[in-house]
Design a protein around this ligand. Sequence first.
Ligand SMILES: C[S@@+](CC[C@H](N)C(=O)[O-])C[C@H]1O[C@@H](n2cnc3c(N)ncnc32)[C@H](O)[C@@H]1O
Length: 312
Amino acid sequence: MIPVDSTGVPISELATKSGIPENRLIHLIRQLTAINLFRETSPRHFAHTTSSAILTDPDFSNTVDLMTHFLDEGYKCAGYLPEALEKWAHKFDTVQKSELRTAFNLAFNTDSHYFDWIYTPENIPKYGDRFGRSMMGGARHWVIEATLKTYDWSVFEEGDKIVDVGGGVGHVGVAVAKRVKPGVKIIVQDRPSVVEQGKGIHGHIVELQPHNFFEEQPIKGAKVYYLRLILHDWPDEVCRTILKNIIPAMSSESKLLILDGVWKEDEYWVNGDSDMEIVEHWDAIKQHHGFRTLHMMNKLGIDSRNVSDFRR
Ligand SMILES: C[S@@+](CC[C@H](N)C(=O)[O-])C[C@H]1O[C@@H](n2cnc3c(N)ncnc32)[C@H](O)[C@@H]1O
């Protein structure tokens, strides 16, 4: 509603276009100006800042989906953290199915796991599909680069198979497809609605197959089973199940490839012990991990015990 080159759109016009009454919208947008999203160029007229303008770039559209995922599900979950702690914190370590005792379950008033909930027919359009797009948005910054940099995908021969387990809409699979020799097959597996979504975007480049990783892996003898940003979503016991389901499919030449965050507990927390140190040692990556870890705890019931056990 605010063109990037505009010197200021009147709030009355934004109110009409957004359907939000002017005297409410003005408070929202002024609050955003305080964090450098939009500026009030003259009283009640709003234009872009560099930060808000970036969000209009079509190239960033999936990054906006990622932000919306954090700001919508994530923010609502955060609001229920106190209740979740009060209800379950004392038994987090012993509770069965910690992934179903989360702030998410309280915020969205459901007994379902997050990934079951977003993929119900009524939630797919708003939440499930957005999650698929948001993973594309997240991957464009470093996941694709890390995938290509850390593994030599050119070693495989025609007829070899690479399985991207829980590979989302195939956004990383298509990048790998550019690195492999002709005839190497890339199969991206995910939940049925994600596969349908992915077919529409990347189906002409990679094969997408519905597969539930809580069941035995159907593709036998692939050269690589790639689990990228999958295990961090689940407590240890569940990770074991996911991994065990791949073992029967593996041949002696199969490799299990994992790309995920590794928890460095002590190092991670050293943000400094004085105000000055905290300011000087401020580190965007640490901040991001802290934020993401809370998001995972709230949404999926993951904590550092899960992660450090997993590392062992
Ligand atoms: C954090 S995302 C990572 C997606 C992708 N691997 C990437 O690197 O962007 C986790 C993925 O696991 C998928 N997933 C969740 N439960 C699953 C299940 N039971 N079987 C297969 N995929 C599942 C989700 O749909 C989602 O695409």
